[in-house]
Unconditional design. Structure first.
Length: 612
């Protein structure tokens, strides 16, 4: 379920919205009770820790309640009777009581941290495991910064709600009842006066709670927006610098950062109004008690000690109300965060396995597209009625203008997406009947942009098959013509890849990616070549590597190189999602159609290279 606002590439658009703060009002889509119930269900596993915390807190406040009574006794009995032994006894008892409280305080703090940290740990683990199962569409809709923010900020907010005194506040409610009872015993008329102020307090806190929930939702969203701009700017730093756009980027970040500040301040303004208002009500109550109490004492309805004790109980009676309001803040923030987390938890993968998926042992590699139509957005097909028959071991080249649907076509093979009509059949099985694991295990994909993980070159290649030995890794690298340049890196195969890793060129990255595919030894190979912007020598190397890799496998290659296309068994020419021509290089060139003109535009200049 989406929270009712556009997501996805809209990070930019939303960034712009922030100019006109306070921005659109955001509200929880789910009832707070539903959220609470789900939260409680998650915490239930740690009920032992929570019970210990609760019991410690209750015992601590029970002990605390004896204090004013001791004072009353000292004032009304011990002092008038000059009872020194009694005073010493009371002193010793109070010291002992503090020692017990200390122990209980330790238990309470330790176990509440334990429960809340465990919860953070588990939610982070489950959330990550869950979003990993989600299909690529999820990642297209949700910007990276947003996802990271939910796994970090939002979980943090939930932890604070548990750690930050929520339980203490509930114990406080129990305390209020106990204090109320004691006050009734001490002087029931005074107690009734105090009780009259309670509904006013409750109304005030209800009012602030309602206001705060919406505002905290916006705080969490703004935090995610800041994260988004941050992650975008950092990944795009090279582009920003190249276009001397640092100023603009700073502005964008500045505006999101300000949005975050404003959202936080909007909660502060509610708190700033609510807290003093509540303090005023309780101060008013205290003043009344002092006035009336003095009168009762003078009339002989109450002892001085009882009035002193009553006043102490009164202060403690009001304390939970203040705590509750403070806790309400964190609780509201946690509810807003919980909703955002549950929203991800409730996301279902678009691509799912059937009830009893077939596990393909070793594919032959026969592939058939039967009337396959695909659309990223409903009603806007980018692949239309594709019919293709590929024999095991054949090489299929896809050509066509940019945006014609080549990448889309090959993305359907590992089931990154499912067709909206028609079906894809591998070795006689509809892809949707095959287990994703066995399907993807036999598919090697070399995508347009090679991604290197923050690991050594060796491990980056080993990603193709985790149990490969070092010797196998190096053999694959040699086949992909990657061995030589890897050895020239300062640490060779142990050089670090990924962000901030060894700076290697795109052609080199491609060869790492090829080595990965070779190591995997897939039955179906998908090569989505980056445009041929590598130098001639590299081009020849990549070409030679490609030919080796393609041997004996069904290969789909999106080719920007004439040499690859020329030797393909079938060439599919795509135009606006339709296969407009098909055949071999020579036949298509002879036909003088779409391929022939594409050839003129794209490949003719490569003749010299291909020949060399
Ligand atoms: N994830 C996506 N969500 C929505 N639309 C998409 C997505 N990916 C591609 N498209 C659209 O689908 C169409 C086909 O894109 P595709 O990436 O398949 O083209 P291509 O032939 O591979 O182009 P190129 O040669 O530039 O790589 C384009 O109009 C593109 O805008
Ligand atoms: Mg493409």
């Amino acid at each position: 379920m989406m929270s009712g606002r556009p997501m996805g590439p809209g990070a930019m658009a939303r960034g712009q919205q922030a100019w006109g703060m306070p921005g659109p009002k955001v509200t929880l889509q789910t009832s707070p009770w539903v959220l609470l119930r789900r939260l409680v269900a998650m915490i239930r596993d740690h009920d032992r820790a929570l019970i210990i915390t609760f019991a410690s807190l209750v015992s601590m406040s029970a002990l605390q309640m004896t204090m004013p009574w001791a004072f009353k006794h000292v004032i009304d009995v011990t002092i008038p009777e000059r009872d020194v032994t009694g005073l010493i006894e009371i002193g010793v008892a109070l010291v002992a009581m503090q020692a017990v409280r200390y122990g209980l305080g330790y238990l309470q703090r330790y176990y509440i941290s334990f429960a809340s940290q465990q919860l953070v740990f588990r939610i982070a683990r489950d959330l990550f495991a869950h979003i990993q199962k989600l299909s690529l569409r999820f990642y297209e809709r949700n910007p990276t910064g947003e996802i990271i923010s939910r796994i970090t900020n939002d979980i943090q907010a939930m932890q604070q709600a548990i750690n930050g005194g929520t339980i203490m506040a509930f114990v406080g409610l129990l305390n209020m009842v106990a204090f109320g009872a004691i006050m009734l015993v001490l002087q029931w008329k005074l107690a009734l006066v105090v009780f009259v102020t309670v509904p006013v307090l409750v109304a005030a806190s209800q009012f602030s709670a309602a206001k705060l929930r919406d505002r905290y939702q916006r705080v969490q969203e703004k935090a995610a927006d800041v994260n988004n701009v941050l992650s975008e700017n950092i990944s795009g730093m090279r582009v920003a610098k190249a276009f001397a756009q640092e100023g603009r980027q700073r502005q964008r970040f500045g505006s999101e950062n300000r949005g975050n500040l404003d959202a936080n301040m909007s909660t502060a303004s509610v708190q700033a109004v609510a807290t003093p208002a509540i303090q005023m009500i309780s101060a008013g109550g205290t003043a009344l008690v002092l006035g009336l109490g003095t009168w009762f004492v003078l009339d002989g309805d109450m002892t001085v000690g009882a009035l002193v004790a009553f006043n102490s109980y009164l202060i403690q009676f009001y304390q939970p109300v203040e705590d509750l309001i403070r806790v309400n803040n964190t609780l509201q923030q946690a509810l807003a965060a919980a909703e955002r987390i549950f929203e991800y938890m409730d996301e279902k993968p678009d691509v799912v396995e059937g009830a009893s998926p077939i596990s393909l042992e070793r594919m032959q590699g026969a592939v058939r597209f039967e009337g396959v139509t695909f659309a990223y957005e409903p009603g806007k097909p980018v692949l239309i009625d594709a019919n293709v028959d590929v024999q095991p071991g054949q090489v299929v080249a896809l050509v066509g203008h940019t945006g014609s649907g080549k990448t889309t076509f090959v993305n359907l093979l590992p089931r990154f997406y499912d067709p909206v009509a028609g079906r894809i059949v591998v070795d006689g099985h509809d892809l949707r009947d095959v287990s994703l694991e066995s399907l993807r295990a036999q598919m090697g994909v070399v995508i347009q942009e090679t991604f290197l993980f923050g690991a050594t070159m060796r491990d980056n290649i080993r990603y193709g098959r985790l149990d490969a030995t070092d010797a196998e890794v190096e053999a694959a690298a040699r086949e992909a013509f990657a061995d030589e340049f890897i050895r020239q890196l300062p640490k060779g195969y142990d050089a670090w890849g990924g962000d901030g890793g060894a700076l290697i060129s795109r052609g080199q990255r491609q060869r790492i990616s090829l080595a990965r595919a070779i190591l995997k030894d897939p039955r179906i190979l998908i090569l989505d070549e980056a445009t041929s912007d590598v130098d001639t020598e590299t081009e020849v190397l990549i070409q030679a590597a490609l030919e080796r890799v393609m041997r004996g496998r069904t290969t789909f290659v999106i080719a920007h190189r004439l040499s690859t296309v020329r030797h393909a068994d079938q060439i599919l020419v795509l135009d606006h999602g339709r296969i407009v021509e098909r055949g071999t290089h020579d036949a298509l060139l002879g036909a003088g159609g779409a391929y022939a003109s594409l050839y003129q535009a794209q490949f003719a200049g490569q003749e010299a290279v291909a020949a060399g």
